[in-house]
Write a new protein. Structure first.
Length: 318
């Protein structure tokens, strides 16, 4: 059967210009309500890609998103939100868009049609077989994305894709394709609408799952979030108070600002308690919570011994 661009089929609605404002909004919303159901059908595909990405990143790899137009911008948004939300280094999750930084805010003509440029852009970041590259293309036919994934596959780099048409060329170039078929757009062919919403939902699911797997969330809290404004400092202070049963807001805030994150502040208390319990004054032992191993152990392959404190795993690195 020939490949069919369902996302570009004619809208289910006619004469949009004759609708009232209320009718336009109601009909757009009616179409948007179909998106979560389409995403739900793709969860088995999303699960496979999220597991593959988590495994690679736990071994020191990175996650790349690559796309053009709206798809590329969505990848950049998701990648840029990981450091402040989860406290991971910039460069762990990377978004690349056809046409470069200019394309984030302005259309760059024909940038998506260059099949070789996507791989060249990945090479600027020294992509390798430790990494995972996810191509994002609503139509599933973007040459920039397909070319990048094909070159990755030749070199043993794990690839994924997110598209909104079944059996698309971009899916053929991916080890772990995700296809969220949302149907025709309200405005015919305007894939920034339902297709874009579907892609954003899938990206949220992948990055959130990966960060949880990396230990960047504890219970349901963003314990590694960056303290970049007063609102987040206040939230972090209250988080710390709850976590270590500290009733004094000002003392909790002082501790939080000293260590820079809820996790590090709480861990400092556990380490002090452990040292008091053991009577050790040795500075030859350094304690890291398991989620820190990704950033310490692989760059510093020293002997690791695990201990459990209050049911939380710690690594003692000598």
């Amino acid at each position: 059967m020939a490949f069919e661009k369902i996302s570009e089929q004619s809208s289910n609605y006619r004469h949009l210009e004759k609708m009232t404002v209320g009718e336009i909004l109601i009909n757009i919303n009616r179409e948007d309500q179909t998106v979560p159901a389409a995403v739900e059908k793709a969860i088995p595909q999303i699960e496979k890609l999220a597991e593959a990405a988590s495994d690679k990143m736990l071994m020191g790899g990175r996650l790349f998103y690559i796309g053009a137009g709206t798809s590329g911008r969505l990848g950049i948004v998701d990648a840029s939100e990981c450091p402040p939300t989860y406290g991971v280094p910039y460069g762990l999750v990377i978004g690349i868009i056809a046409g470069g930084e200019k394309a984030i805010t302005s259309a760059v003509e024909f940038a998506e049609d260059d099949k070789e440029q996507g791989w060249k852009d990945l090479l600027q970041h020294n992509v390798c077989d430790k990494d995972v590259v996810i191509g994002i293309a609503a139509s599933g036919t973007t040459p920039y994305v397909i070319g990048a994934l094909e070159e990755c596959q030749k070199r043993g780099i794990i690839t994924g894709s997110i598209s909104c048409n079944p059996d698309s060329p971009v899916s053929a170039a991916a080890d772990f394709p995700i296809e969220v078929v949302v149907g025709p757009e309200f405005v015919t062919g305007s894939t920034r609408m339902k297709s874009g919403t579907a892609q954003k939902l899938v990206l949220n699911m992948i990055s959130t799952t990966v960060m949880i797997q990396l230990g960047r969330v504890e219970d349901n809290k963003m314990v590694n979030m960056q303290l970049t404004n007063d609102k987040l400092v206040d939230r972090g202070t209250k988080m710390l108070m709850e976590r270590v049963k500290m009733p004094d807001y000002e003392k909790a805030k002082e501790l939080l600002l000293k260590y820079g994150s809820v996790k590090k502040a709480a861990d400092s208390i556990y380490i002090v308690c452990l040292n008091k319990r053991s009577g050790s004054k040795s500075s030859t032992y350094h304690f890291f919570c398991c989620s820190e191993l990704h950033y310490n152990y692989y760059n510093n392959p020293l002997r690791v011994v695990y201990h459990y404190i209050n049911n939380r795993a710690f690594a003692v690195i000598r």
